[in-house]
Design a protein around this ligand. Structure first.
Ligand SMILES: [Zn+2]
Length: 67
């Protein structure tokens, strides 16, 4: 089963990705986010891990569908 990370792009879109390199998320190296292709922007966006506790159920549902 694939482990996914829920992330939020710079435009505020929430989606899940299996490619977020959590282990390499060093502090301050390349900034707080990673460039990930946002399915809603349709282009690479600086994205950061979403705070799951701050997301609504709707946002979480949307994120899980956007894989
Ligand atoms: Zn986006």
């Amino acid at each position: 089963m694939e482990r996914r990370t829920v992330v939020r792009c710079a435009e505020g879109h929430v989606f899940s990705t299996s490619t977020f390199p959590m282990r390499n998320l060093g502090v301050g190296r390349l900034g707080p986010g990673r460039l990930i292709r946002c399915p809603q922007c349709g282009r690479l966006r600086s994205s950061v891990p979403a705070d799951l506790g701050a997301l609504s159920e709707g946002q979480l549902a949307q994120a899980s569908r956007s894989a």
